[in-house]
Design a protein around this ligand. Structure first.
Ligand code: UDP
Length: 369
């Protein structure tokens, strides 16, 4: 009998990273054995991704209400998933990463005695406040998962030290690299970046910016924006392109501090995935606090300035293709200028997060158990 899988996802990065795994599962098990539960965690930003990747949604939990606390989000997700898990018998629930959707999916499945496969397992900063609540979520998922699918051996070693049995761990690579491979092979050719972003002067160096982490809100976020303002004033040879996350705590400082530099700093709405990747491919530097972007940039040999106190993606720091600067205004400015002025030869380095075959390994790991 073919196993039946339930994929739980709710945010943009989960959809991007589970997309190749779902496609692989549909190919190998048939569409009838693969079900998708969308929690609704990031509605406006996630739905276009589900559509763009032609992913089916079999269960839509619609949990978002205005001004919810993290506990209310978890409560609604768990109570939404429990009847689905009781009604249909699944062999595996697959969760990805460190979001509330992933934690709620893992916990709800465990309580219904359905096995949990955790994609992107073993990432750690060992600091519960950074990133928050992601570090807590992934540590908690690590306690309940039955199968831990680690991007790298660094991640596997974290789990072994926490007492996870070696038999329950597989090093697979991160499926985000599979997603990039699919985008490059099938979709990137159709993106006309100069036409889509006709307001941008592509003869200048492109600095691509993303920033939205909760732990940076407030002072950290203002400092990040001030650093971008300083850079824009110093570097007339560059343009700064920032697709701004829809969270009001991000929108407000970004628009207040950077909104009056229209010829240098381009504040965009969040851009769709293939366009974002086309911009990334053209970038000289990426300035970000995102996890996924740290994993994507090495595929295109683009250096990354990481605006976080700590990062769980240490592999690119070790490789020299990324530097960690926190939200310190001066450090951000000098790190970006260094990469602009002394381009590092990193395009020949392999992406340390995967080789594009993670989805196959993830599926095989589930099927052989
Ligand atoms: N991304 C996108 N459009 C944008 C900004 C980012 O498609 O305007 C993609 C990016 O390529 C990466 C993912 O969204 O794969 C990162 O999502 P996010 O920063 O929300 O989450 P994190 O990676 O920090 O968990």
């Amino acid at each position: 009998m073919k196993p039946k899988l339930l994929f739980v996802l709710g945010t943009r990065p989960e959809i991007i990273k589970l997309w190749p795994v779902i496609v692989e599962a549909q190919k190998s098990l048939g569409e009838g054995s693969v079900r998708v539960c969308y929690t609704g965690q990031h509605k406006e930003m996630a739905l276009p991704f589900l559509e763009r990747f032609s992913l089916p949604v079999h269960f839509d939990l619609r949990i978002m209400r205005s001004r919810q606390t993290l506990n209310q989000v978890l409560e609604l997700m768990i109570s939404g998933m429990a009847p689905i898990l009781r009604k249909e018998s699944f062999d595996w629930v697959v969760v990805q990463g460190d979001t509330s959707s992933a934690f709620a999916g893992a916990l709800a499945a465990s309580m219904e005695k359905v096995k949990v496969a955790h994609v992107e397992a073993g990432l750690r900063t060992f600091d519960r406040e950074n990133p928050f609540p992601e570090e807590l979520n992934r540590q908690l998922i690590g306690r309940v998962a039955n199968l831990h699918l680690c991007p790298t051996s660094v991640n596997r070693d974290h789990l072994l030290k926490e007492g996870v049995s070696e038999a329950d761990i597989e090093v697979t690579g991160n499926p985000i690299v599979d997603a990039l491979k699919m985008v490059k092979a099938e979709f990137l050719g159709d993106v006309d970046v100069e036409r889509t972003f006709s307001q941008l002067d592509f003869s200048k160096k492109l600095v691509l910016v993303t920033g939205h982490r909760r732990e940076n809100f407030g002072e950290g976020f203002r400092d990040m924006c001030m650093a971008i303002r300083d850079l824009a004033e110093r570097r007339k040879d560059a343009i700064f392109v920032y697709p701004v996350h829809l969270n009001p705590q991000v929108q407000e400082p970004v628009k207040n501090i950077l909104g009056d530099l229209p010829n240098h700093v381009f504040l965009l709405d969040p851009v769709e995935y293939f366009d974002f990747i086309a911009l990334l491919q053209r970038a000289s530097v990426v300035l970000t606090d995102s996890g996924g972007v740290q994993e994507e940039a090495p595929t295109f040999g683009v250096p990354v300035v990481v605006m976080r106190k700590v990062t769980e993606r240490v592999e690119s720091l070790q490789q020299g293709s990324a530097v960690l600067v926190g939200t310190d205004r001066e450090k951000i400015v000098s790190a970006v200028e260094k990469f602009l002025d002394e381009p590092k030869e990193i395009s020949n380095l392999a992406n340390p997060y995967g080789d594009g075959l993670a989805s196959k390994r993830i599926l095989e790991a589930m099927l052989k158990r």
